[in-house]
Design a protein around this ligand. Structure first.
Ligand code: ADP
Ligand code: MG
Length: 748
């Protein structure tokens, strides 16, 4: 069944040429027990490796069942070793990190035998060699003789035609040797056994044919087989290692080096931790931002003014890169670009607003644009805000807005239409004129509480002197007892301050409740001043309708609002409000449409893009550490390749393809990558607790900032596996290309 024709093997090491085999011609039958004898270095192992397809002859031919192997490809040699040859080595060559049962099964996994069949067969051969009670032990727990029996069982497992044994008793004592030799002798009844030995006694006692080698040549060849059977031709099935086998081999190997695997995975996880933290923080910030939007920005109203004025294109709020004009040409804005629009805020529109679903809005505020003249009586003297250079400001009475934007420093929040409050800035600063106006000494230390309870009167139109010929100062100072006594009575009820994360931290001043509008308009809409303002005589003094109208608003002559503020119930409901407002405009001519402004949206858009840009930069930095750590895993995989050289040789001798070997190491680096990823995500998760506490202390008013998203975590684990897989490709290739013969001789 086997025929060697003038086989030569020449090793070329630089200039030195070693003729390991020098024209060997032999024929072997189907069941023979052949002993190959010869001194050390005569080429016995080389002969065996060539017969077993582990090494390639330099010239000559090896004929298997009448089929020449001259044109054999790698894949055919692999299949030959797997199906037809079983190796038994002097030093057993078991893989020590898997059980002996798994060692025996390994060759069968390569030829795709099913699990049950594999188990059954492995137990059968192990029983045959007398090891049925040792199935689940590791090779390190066995004696030399037992190890060699495992190796014989492994060689028999795939039911090969040829058993090649290289000094199988070389490392055993004589008693143990006897057992092993009897076992081999029994096997030789059914198979071709070629055994290399330098022990002539053993050869004589057990073998039925002896071949002697010297310096790579056959010097004695006892007998040729009596009958050479009909040759059947030779076509073994290709072998392939399943990916699950590769994973298992790597996994058990990593398990035996648990400490090192852990350290490797930890080192690999550092990059993952970096990226995960950045992602978590940016995610947390985005989350905080949206709750900031919800809490703070939602208290900002949608505004509708009588005369919204915008420029072409609008102001550049929240600009991003692709909006930049990349030419060097000026774009002049002229008056023609001023889009002037008049919002017709009539009863129709007001009714429409009133009909909005209550659950969408917390309140709608109407501002009528009055400019009240306030008077304070101090020691019989009347002081007014015009002369004192004070401009009282209207304050919305929306509870959500007031409590969201201002903290109460003294007194109480305004509730009544006649309530007045003082708002100080974050440093408690306030216009000295306001302090003086309230009859207090700005140079003394005035406690907030001293302002509470002060009363102020608002003058009605017909009680003061007005002259519209000078529009800039239509009020001519004349405030007397009558003016004061007829005035609307207001009370200072509180002192407020803008909250830290609010939007009103800068605006200090004297504020009146917007409910004052109704009282003031009711008192003054029929006043002489209002009649005058609508007369042609005075009306002609104004440059345009718009200016005239704002004067009419100032003096309370118009009972439709100049400005409407709509406070959405929450951030989520804002969109509903906006679409309700948009609905009004459907089908209306451009002229009749009512345009609104949504400041909250403009602000949040700007913040959002800043955060995502910053986190992009940070992710890029962290990614560098990710790459560095995967290169390190690549190096560690290479170290593992060096350590597992022997295992590579064993696998190849069992018929594993180069591809299967690289698969084992790719599996190993992927497993490390997986653990690095999982470890990195876990560490990030654990770190997020102290980090959140720390950040919460530093950034008042913020909630949890380090929040790792589940999908990010999953992606990072995949990234970790992919990167380490890529880093492990080169070491895996190196492993695959190792010469199996050299790999088996490794550490000998
Ligand atoms: P044996 O098994 O009979 O002791 P080997 O078959 O191992 O001998 O070796 C036969 C000869 O070939 C020896 O001289 C050995 O030094 C040489 N040899 C074996 N392998 C190599 C190799 N990879 N490179 C160079 N010489 C080698
Ligand atoms: Mg040898």
């Amino acid at each position: 069944m086997l025929e060697l024709k003038d086989i030569r093997k020449i090793y070329q090491n630089g200039d030195v040429e070693t003729r390991a085999l020098d024209g060997v011609s032999l024929t072997f039958g189907n069941s023979e027990f052949v002993a190959v004898l010869g001194p050390s270095g005569c080429g016995k192992t080389t002969l065996l490796n060539i017969i077993g397809g582990l090494d390639r002859y330099t010239s000559g031919d090896l004929v298997i069942n009448g089929t020449t192997t001259k044109d054999f490809k790698d894949r055919e040699w692999d299949a030959y070793r797997n199906h037809s040859v079983g190796f038994v080595f002097q030093n057993y060559n078991l893989i020590h990190h898997i059980s002996i049962l798994e060692n025996v099964e390994l060759g069968m996994t390569l030829s795709g035998v099913s699990f049950e069949e594999r188990r059954r067969k492995a137990i059968e051969v192990l029983t045959k060699v007398g090891l049925e009670d040792q199935l689940y032990k590791k090779s390190s727990q066995l004696s030399g003789g037992q190890k060699q029996r495992v190796a014989i069982a492994r060689a028999l497992a795939n039911d090969p035609d040829i058993i090649l044994a290289d000094e199988p008793t070389g490392a055993l004592d004589s008693v143990t040797s006897k057992g092993v030799m009897e076992l081999i002798q029994k096997i030789a009844k059914e198979k071709l056994v070629i055994m290399v030995t330098h022990n002539e006694d053993i050869a004589n006692s057990y073998a039925n044919r002896i071949i002697k080698l010297k310096d790579g040549q056959v010097i004695e060849n006892e007998q040729d087989p009596k009958s050479v059977e009909k040759e059947r031709g030779y076509h073994p099935n290709a072998t392939a290692m399943k990916f699950s086998t590769a994973i298992k081999l790597s996994f058990t190997n990593l398990k035996t080096k648990f400490g090192r695997t852990l350290i490797t995975a930890f080192a690999g996880s550092i990059g993952i931790i970096g990226v995960a933290l950045v992602l978590a923080i940016s995610n947390g910030f985005q989350g905080e931002l949206s709750s900031l939007e919800e809490e703070t920005l939602s208290t900002l109203p949608i505004t509708i003014t009588e005369f919204p004025t915008t420029f072409r294109g609008g102001p550049p709020v929240g600009v991003n890169d692709d909006q930049y004009n990349d030419t060097n040409v000026f774009d002049p804005i002229t008056e023609d670009d001023l889009i002037e629009h008049t919002n017709v805020i009539d009863d129709d529109y007001l009714n429409y607003l009133e009909n909005i679903d209550d659950k969408f809005v917390s309140s709608i505020q109407y501002s009528y644009g009055i400019r009240p003249l306030m008077i304070f009586l101090d020691n019989g003297e009347y002081y007014n805000t015009f002369d004192e250079n004070i401009m009282p400001i209207e304050l919305s009475n929306s509870d959500a807005y007031l409590e969201g934007q201002f903290s109460l420093e003294a007194g109480e929040y305004p509730t009544e239409a006649t309530d007045v409050v003082i708002i100080v800035d974050v440093l408690n600063r306030i216009d000295a004129n306001i302090i003086r106006f309230l009859g207090l000494d700005p140079n003394a230390n005035i406690d907030f509480n001293q302002a509470i309870g002060k009363t102020i009167r608002v003058a009605n139109n017909d009680d003061i002197n007005l002259d519209f010929s000078n529009l800039l100062s239509s009020f001519v100072s004349r405030v007397d007892e009558d003016t004061y006594n007829n005035g609307i009575n207001l009370t200072v009820v509180g002192v407020l301050k803008g909250v830290a994360d609010g939007l009103e931290t800068e605006t200090s001043g004297l504020y009146y409740n917007d409910g004052l509008d109704d009282i003031f308009i009711e008192n003054n809409i029929d006043s002489d001043v209002c009649a005058d303002l609508s007369s042609t005589e005075i009306g002609d003094l104004f440059p345009d309708e718009r200016t005239k109208k704002s004067f009419q608003h100032m003096y309370g002559c118009i009972d439709t609002p100049q400005l409407i503020r709509i406070y959405p119930a929450s951030f989520d409901e804002k969109d509903e409000v906006l679409s309700y407002l948009d609905e009004y405009n459907i089908g209306l001519s451009e002229e009749d449409q009512v345009i609104y402004t949504d400041l909250a949206q403009q602000i949040s858009g700007l913040l959002g893009s800043v955060i995502s840009n910053v986190s992009l930069v940070l992710v890029a930095f962290a990614a560098v550490s990710l790459v560095v750590s995967s290169i390190m895993i690549g190096i560690i995989t290479y170290v593992s390749v060096l350590e597992r050289t022997k295992e590579i040789g064993i696998l190849r001798s069992l018929g594993a393809r180069k591809k299967d070997i690289s698969r084992v190491f790719n599996a190993e680096s992927s497993i490390i990558g997986f653990f690095a990823g999982v470890l990195g995500i876990s560490i990030t998760f654990i770190l997020s607790f102290p980090l959140n506490n720390l950040l919460k202390e530093q950034l008042t008013g913020f909630g949890n900032i380090v929040i790792l998203r589940a999908d990010h975590a999953l992606y990072l684990i995949i990234v970790s596996i992919s990167l380490t897989f890529i880093a492990g490709l080169i070491p895996a290739r190196i492993a695959a290309n190792k010469d199996p013969v050299k790999a088996l001789r490794h550490n000998e």
